[in-house]
Design a protein around this ligand. Structure first.
Ligand SMILES: [Zn+2]
Ligand SMILES: [Zn+2]
Ligand SMILES: [Zn+2]
Length: 337
């Protein structure tokens, strides 16, 4: 599942107050990622092409649980461990699909966190429907590519009599094939924020615009997740109930974000400045938070200096795309010209 990450509040950088509702309503600026695992409580596994891969502690708890409940499937327990590692590998490839695609369109993606509900690729694609669509679709595309490869491997195994000669190997192969297919189908359910729901949102973006497309996709998501929750309840499957609650909470977050985007889109814009990354003019208002005195101010009115405590900022972040640039790069007319 790809996720759009807000800039961290840093002393040298003025951040737009995370999401617009932090100022426009009473929601706190840190209420954003409570529902997602973070690198806090995670161990860093490795770094590949500039992307750090973290493993959340809860992954080990579920690994032990899975290991104990699925023991009967193989004649050696080692195969269970291999199976869980293979699941881990497929999820990781899926998340790398999101991250690398996001980078290929000029977005920011430098972190993947793996946890029991799958993986989270922290991606921040440029705020354009095509770029967002590609960043989302590239994840499931990895599973689509894996499908014929695993299918051929299963056929080859059957041809060489593995079900009799190497039953564990064959069971393993078939399970991996099924895991990949289940992951693909699950991710393509058009319920926001699953990949299918985000693909739907990106497609709607072409016609409805950034805010309204998210509003529609997350509203549809509520209907979908209610159905999913009732189905999980009828099956009395605790794991599915947890997943549906998790989807609901993130759908709610998407809905709130859509409302914030609508408010952001309606704000008057300041002339004389445009974002070097997305070309949007900044909104007029006290939407930037000072890292020193924690008071909001309008950084474009005060040229990146806090009017309350005089802290000066090297970087100013864009409310529309969240990229940061020195204030001088925002100016459309150079000073003294
Ligand atoms: Zn995904
Ligand atoms: Zn921008
Ligand atoms: Zn200040």
């Amino acid at each position: 599942m790809p996720l759009q990450r807000e800039n961290r509040n840093r002393y040298y950088r003025i951040n737009w107050l995370g999401h617009a509702e932090a100022v426009l309503s009473s929601a706190g600026p840190r209420s954003n990622f409570i529902m997602m695992p973070t690198r806090n409580g995670s161990i860093r596994l490795f770094r590949f092409s500039g992307i750090d891969v973290f493993l959340h502690w809860s992954w080990f708890v579920v690994a032990v649980y899975e290991f104990n409940t699925r023991r009967h499937n193989y004649s050696f327990a080692l195969w269970n461990a291999l199976e869980y590692l293979a699941l881990f590998g497929i999820v990781l490839m899926h998340e790398f699909g999101h991250s690398l695609a996001c980078r290929s369109v000029g977005g920011k993606a430098d972190q993947i966190v793996l946890w029991p509900l799958g993986g989270v690729a922290y991606v921040n694609p440029p705020p354009r429907p095509g770029a967002t669509l590609w960043s989302i679709a590239a994840g499931p595309l990895v599973n689509v590519i894996l499908l014929p490869i695993l299918t051929i491997l299963c056929f080859v195994g059957k041809h060489f009599g593995w079900p009799d000669n190497l039953p564990d190997t064959y069971t393993f192969l078939r399970t991996i094939w099924a895991i990949n297919l289940v992951l693909l189908i699950f991710n393509m359910i058009p319920v926001y924020p699953l990949d299918g729901g985000q693909i739907l949102r990106s497609l709607l973006w072409f016609w409805l615009g950034r805010a309204k497309s998210l509003l529609v996709a997350s509203s549809l998501g509520f209907v979908g997740v209610l159905g999913f929750f009732l189905w999980a309840l009828s099956r009395q499957d605790v794991w599915l109930i947890i997943i549906s609650v998790f989807i609901f909470l993130n759908c709610w977050r998407g809905f709130q974000h859509a409302r914030a985007l609508s408010r952001l889109a309606a704000l008057p814009r300041r002339a004389g400045f445009i974002c070097p990354s997305c070309q949007a003019a900044p909104p007029i208002g006290e939407f930037w938070l000072c890292g020193q005195c924690q008071k909001p101010f309008d950084t474009f009115l005060n040229r990146a200096v806090c009017p309350n405590c005089s802290a000066q900022y090297e970087q100013t972040s864009c409310p529309d795309c969240r990229a940061s640039h020195p204030i001088s790069q925002w100016e459309t007319v150079p000073p003294n010209a």
